[in-house]
Design a protein around this ligand. Structure first.
Ligand code: UDP
Length: 246
């Protein structure tokens, strides 16, 4: 008899990659080797039949808040940040295509010479055909973040989970860079993240996930293969949840 292969835990995921995740060790710009490694990992999980949507950040190029703290108009600085995410989206698209994948970039700010506009139903149709969809230009609105974008898109496309790639192993009870005895949590509830002001995501993103009961897995992106492990349901990172996900 043929051996049963383990099945992925999730059918449709939103993977949130910060700009920093694409920058590698330098912390700014785009490191093609790092982007290639991420593309390979996305390819692996897509091969398992998992539908993958990606939301990319832009912090490796520009952050609205830093612009405004230097005296720039906040909305203008935020639009610059949203454009930065498009640059990252194109880099990831290119890397994924090099791996033979079919990819669509959809932007929340229309720029149709470069990418498709964001159309929810079309995004879902792409995913159902096995294409990777990269959501760029954030929500299209200043004063928001790409974490909030990921939560919003996850709700819109009815994703099973939001995968939040970070540089840490997960969520800690205290800042591990300040307290060496900080403990990584295997699981935590949205409300406790909000109450303790834990640095998972901004509060808007966390409460959007809470209201729509989208679980979040916070995990370390720097370990190759972690995306696959999370999707297969291996207990890595931190599972952020409400009361429903028992
Ligand atoms: N941004 C925005 N609206 C959005 C998403 C992003 O104005 O809906 C801007 C904001 O200025 C932000 C920048 O784009 O600082 C880059 O996004 P983010 O900081 O979330 O990127 P990450 O930290 O994930 O690299």
């Amino acid at each position: 008899m043929e051996e049963q292969r383990p099945q992925p835990r999730y059918r449709r995921v939103v993977l949130k990659l910060s700009g920093e995740a694409l920058a590698g060790e330098k912390g700014y710009g785009i490191d093609p080797l790092v982007v290639d490694s991420i593309a390979r990992q996305i390819h692996e999980v897509s091969d398992l039949g998992v539908q993958v949507a990606v939301v990319v950040g832009g912090g490796n190029i520009w952050r609205g808040l830093s612009g405004s703290s230097q005296g720039m108009d906040r909305a203008t600085a935020d639009y610059m940040g949203m454009l930065a995410t498009v640059i990252n989206a194109l880099a990831l698209m290119d890397a994924l295509e090099k791996h033979g994948m079919s990819v669509r970039v959809q932007t929340a700010i229309e720029m149709k010479e470069v990418a498709e506009p964001y159309i929810r139903r079309r995004a879902i149709a792409h995913l159902e055909k096995g294409r990777v969809v990269i959501f760029a230009a954030g929500t299209g609105n200043p004063y928001f973040s790409t974490d909030t974008t990921a939560a919003l898109r996850a709700a819109e496309i009815e994703a099973d989970v939001m995968l939040k790639a970070t540089k840490e192993a997960g969520v800690y009870d205290r800042d591990p860079r300040v307290y060496p005895d900080a403990r990584k949590l295997d699981e935590i509830r949205y409300l406790d993240v909000l109450k303790a002001n834990l640095k998972v995501m901004d509060a808007t993103a966390t409460s959007l996930c809470m209201d729509n009961e989208i679980p979040i897995v916070v995990f370390d992106m720097n370990v190759y293969g972690n995306i696959r492990k999370v999707i297969m349901g291996e207990p890595i990172g931190t599972f952020v949840r409400g009361d429903r996900h028992d």
